[in-house]
Design a protein around this ligand. Structure first.
Ligand SMILES: [Zn+2]
Length: 67
């Protein structure tokens, strides 16, 4: 009976932060990977070479994942 509860807890725990850096101003932000996954599905036009671009909160420039 507790199976579903354990499953939910482990799903929430998968909240890996992805470090992104603005290519325009150099602002660094940590974004949960599920946001990147959502953006990749919704906004395929702006994803180039498999990379998702996030809008920089400082200058509205493109932010990309830091390796
Ligand atoms: Zn910026």
């Amino acid at each position: 009976m507790t199976d579903s509860t354990v499953k939910n807890a482990s799903m929430i725990a998968e909240d890996t932060l992805i470090e992104t850096k603005c290519t325009a101003c150099g602002h660094i932000d940590n974004v949960p990977n599920w946001i990147i996954g959502e953006l990749a599905e919704e906004d395929r036009i702006s994803s180039k070479h498999g990379e998702v671009e996030i809008e920089c909160p400082v200058c509205k420039g493109p932010m990309r994942r830091v390796r």
